[in-house]
Design a protein. Structure first.
Length: 174
């Protein structure tokens, strides 16, 4: 009969392999380190980005100063909302807005003051999918978690460790 450590190790390997095989969606942090704010050229930022269906745009901004609004092309061109926006996110604190992409071209801007007219707007063209593997986009640096490595089982010749934050699974069988 297999030991509980061996069963746990096999389950971790299976889950890790399944997650790696299905992890094709990407998060694109709008504006990279600068985030969603004034003074960023979002046309240049979006140029050449391989947006695909089910990827996510991550807007990081000060909610007291900015909004994220998805609008039609004509509203985007005019920097005005003529009807009901497709999506709008307005917060009262520092905010993060996640938008899962679908195929087509999508238009976003900030409704505050003259931010849109000043260039705080983004057009993202999204494809259905791509065949070749894609390079990972920019993502914010992560602080090292406290107590990053947790020993799940020690003894009977097996050690399994998992890092907090979902990054590392280490497996050793003797």
């Amino acid at each position: 009969m297999a030991s509980s450590a061996s069963v746990l190790a096999a389950m971790l390997v299976a889950v890790g392999c399944a997650a790696a095989a299905s992890a094709t969606e990407m998060d694109f942090y709008v504006g990279d380190a600068q985030g969603w704010t004034t003074g960023v050229d979002y046309t240049a930022w979006a140029k050449g980005k391989p947006f695909e269906a089910n990827d996510r745009l991550v807007f990081r901004y000060s909610g007291e100063q900015h909004t994220v609004t998805e609008v039609t092309k004509s509203d985007y061109d005019a920097c005005a909302v003529s009807g009901t926006p497709i999506i709008t996110a307005e917060w009262r604190q520092t905010a993060v807005t996640f938008i899962t992409l679908r195929p087509g071209t999508h238009y976003y801007f900030c409704k505050v003051g003259n931010h849109c007219v000043s260039g705080m707007k983004l057009a993202a063209t999204v494809s259905n999918s791509s065949d070749p593997p894609r390079a990972q986009p920019w993502s914010p640096p992560r602080a090292a978690p406290t107590g990053a490595s947790t020993r799940l089982h020690a003894g009977s010749g097996a050690v399994v460790a998992a890092a907090a934050g979902g990054g590392l699974v280490q497996l050793a069988l003797w």
